[in-house]
Design a protein around this ligand. Sequence first.
Ligand code: 5CA
Length: 435
Amino acid sequence: MFLSKYFLPIVKDTPKDAQIISHRLMLRSGMIKQDSAGIYSWLPLGQRVLKKISSIIVNEQNNAGAHEILMPTIQSAELWRESGRYDDYGLEMLRIKDRHDRDILYGPTNEEMITDIFRSHIKSYRGLPLNLYHIQWKFRDEIRPRFGVMRGREFLMKDAYSFDLDQNSSFTSYNKMFISYLKIFKKLGLTALPMEADTGPIGGDKSHEFIILADTGESKVFCDRKWLNLSVDIDNINYEKDLEQNVSLFTSLYAATDEKHDPTKIDPSNLIETRGIEVGHIFHFGTKYSESMGAKVTLPDGSLSPVFMGSYGIGVSRLVGAIIESSHDDAGIIWPETVAPFDLCIVNLAVGNELCDEMSLSVYNFLKGRNKEILYDDTKESAGSKLAKMDLIGIPFQIIIGPRLAKDNKYEIKNRSNGEKHTVDFNNLINLVNL
Ligand code: 5CA
């Protein structure tokens, strides 16, 4: 991508009403534009990150045996009346009337709709277990939308729903999602602690929030100091073989949200009290929706039984803010390589200088041929402003080309995360950028 042809509306001044660093950096780097309270447009740089995060989630949910679908944002009130939640959900639900005066709503979550899909198609125990998920925009008319995409009104969520024959197999499905979440957050460069949590309007008897420790987090949390040194080879946990032992390893270490904190369960000398950002939340609610909405299957003996369910959410758009909260410095964002909007950038400090232009283009074309996503700064701005811009938008590697080094056929390469700079020739350059 040539920067001169790209839409990267950098904002020079620090936005006044943005209270936390991730919100300020997202506005300054032209990732999002606020349209109204808690509602944002995603501009090219932001949209790239959102897509990268989504695709990591899709991959790992598929590995865990879930199937991707896509449900609509608009739902009929009828389904919610069946479960009894139409009235219970309160002011957070955006209620709309269509031209026939029918009640519809912008979905805040999809338990009812998925239960309807299930009961329309699955009639026998042979169709179980099943896990379906989608990544779709949700709307919750939050009383206090704030911190940018962290607490929006319209936000992107991944929500998965599991269906099982009995409580035991339903807990296995829950555990698969538990492990899948640990794998996903690790791939996103985050350490998320699973914590016992309240179930709120979703309901049910068992629930964990996945929380990233951060001073700017909205939730007060408590955990055992041992979490800080816990080392588990999460990538290699096998969904079929190692489920139980790993889930118990994580759930045996104390971690709880404010509502669930019980000081008698932890030795005070090991207790850490801190703040965190909730990036995921999983629920086991058994037959709450299947009973009320008649999602039943026939058993081998011909009798009918309501299915056991769980639901599993990840705040996809919130994650963009959460990743920035946990990975930035004074100069700007530091993207983990897995979610960076571009893999590399090329900063040509002397556009118009024949040698610099030629070297920039040839390295650009070479890397493109290797399927790397590259942002090439071919604009005529000052060197200082170009370098500051690349630090701000946080691309993992900067290849800097200027007249002095170009004479010797050399490049400078900077690693954004540790700030290390090396002067290299072409071959070394290729090694340093992990090709
Ligand atoms: N149906 C269940 C699970 S699929 C559910 O809705 N769970 S939830 O309410 O906990 O939301 C799931 C995740 O969405 C949360 O963990 C959080 O990361 C994200 N989320 C919730 N509300 C907002 C919001 N207002 N803005 C941004 N992200 C949000």
